[in-house]
Ligand binder design. Structure first.
Ligand SMILES: *Cc1c(COP(=O)(O)O)cnc(C)c1O
Length: 361
């Protein structure tokens, strides 16, 4: 029995999901089964929006499966990877009874979705060490097993910490949790790191789940397209839990355009630029006396500790530059997270922060 079928909520085992007007292939030319209008709206010039969309657009699934190097059955497309996180909680945590493990400081959606599902959250903090934040892999495994958790969420590269988790460590955790717990690896920033994706480990680990998105490297945050990648069996379970028509047709079309070869070539070039700029920003900030620490980052952002984070935050705001204040997060009481902008924007950020040095004297 697979890990996913062992962990699926008992009360959902015989739940077939919603049967929509687009389930199964409609035969015939006159479709009068979904109470759609017989006429297109004048705002809908191409007439692409009159009918309910396919729940999982085949062309988009094919393009994403090709992008991520898997077969379509291993992929679920949703309203951002945020929806993927939500579906995992719903499918594998019975309301009020589920348990998950997270590794703060980390992306807030895992705890947010857990709260809505009344799941309990065990925190295994990242350890702030010589080389940056690092995962305590043994503690994660122990916490998952001791609490009988059904989901462990890892963020790789980490947001906001920028750290990576070596692929062998992810494989080792997955192995130790086999049959007991699903290991979800959120790779929202995977394109910006040089490391292999957890997707490469799927053939050997039935309890592994990867999350990918078009929101960051592909520049399509407003389109809200993310993917859950796992065994075909787990994906089929999530499909039953997903809302009937999760993908708006205009978004599907924009996503397909973003996955065309000429767009992908540009995306790859921009990823390379962001990585260069990340090194540049890292080096420039490291040299400033008002900076306590800049963390090495594998994402499109850097996490920076300041002697006076408030002064720097305010100075940046006064210059019209908005960065993310991380000070409310555990272990990050003096930190700001700065996304990588264009080379011109990064130059302004560096100059503005450098100007704080004079004020601090
Ligand atoms: C931005 C981000 C996401 C993105 O989610 P979408 O819903 O796909 O936009 C997921 N995980 C992490 C860690 C993020 O930082």
């Amino acid at each position: 029995m697979s890990t996913a079928s062992r962990l699926l909520r008992d009360d959902l085992r015989d739940f077939a999901g919603y049967s929509s007007a687009r389930s199964g292939k409609p035969v015939g030319d006159i479709w009068l089964n979904a109470n759609e209008s017989a006429w297109r709206n004048s705002a809908d010039v191409e007439g692409a929006c009159r009918r309910y969309p396919e729940p999982q657009q085949p062309a988009l699934r094919v393009a994403l499966a090709e992008l991520y190097g898997i077969v379509v059955e291993q992929l679920l497309v949703g309203r951002g990877s945020d929806e993927g996180i939500d579906l995992l909680l719903r499918a594998f945590c019975a309301p009020g009874k589920g348990r998950i493990v997270i590794t703060p400081p980390v992306f807030g959606m895992y705890a947010f979705c857990a709260r809505l599902q009344a799941a309990s959250v065990t925190e295994v903090p990242l350890i702030d060490g010589e080389t940056g934040f690092a995962l305590d892999a043994d503690a994660v495994v122990d916490a998952a097993l001791a609490n009988d958790a059904s989901l462990v969420f890892l963020c790789n590269p980490g947001n906001p910490t920028g750290n990576t988790i070596p692929t062998q460590i992810i494989a080792a955790i997955a192995r130790r949790l086999a049959g007991r717990c699903l290991l979800v690896v959120d790779e929202a920033y995977g394109e910006f790191s040089g490391d292999a994706s957890a997707i490469t480990l799927l053939p050997a680990h039935d309890n592994l789940v990867a999350l990918r998105t078009l929101s960051k490297a592909h520049g399509m945050a407003a389109v809200r397209i993310g993917s859950v990648i796992a065994s075909a069996e787990l994906i089929a379970m999530l499909r039953r839990v997903q809302a009937p028509y999760p993908l708006p047709q205009p978004c599907v079309e924009l996503a397909l355009a973003a996955l065309a070869e000429h767009a992908l070539i540009q995306t790859r070039a921009r990823i390379a630029t962001a990585r260069d700029e990340r090194s540049h920003l890292f080096a420039a900030l490291c040299g400033l006396p008002i900076v306590r620490r800049v963390y090495p980052s594998a994402g499109n952002f850097v996490l920076v500790r300041f002697i006076d984070a408030q002064a720097v935050f305010a100075r940046l705001l006064a210059a019209g530059i908005v960065v993310r204040d991380m000070r409310a997060m555990p272990q990050l009481g003096d930190a700001l997270r700065i996304s990588i902008g264009t080379p011109e924007q990064n130059a302004v950020v560096i100059a503005t922060i450098a100007a704080c040095v004079k004020e601090a004297v």
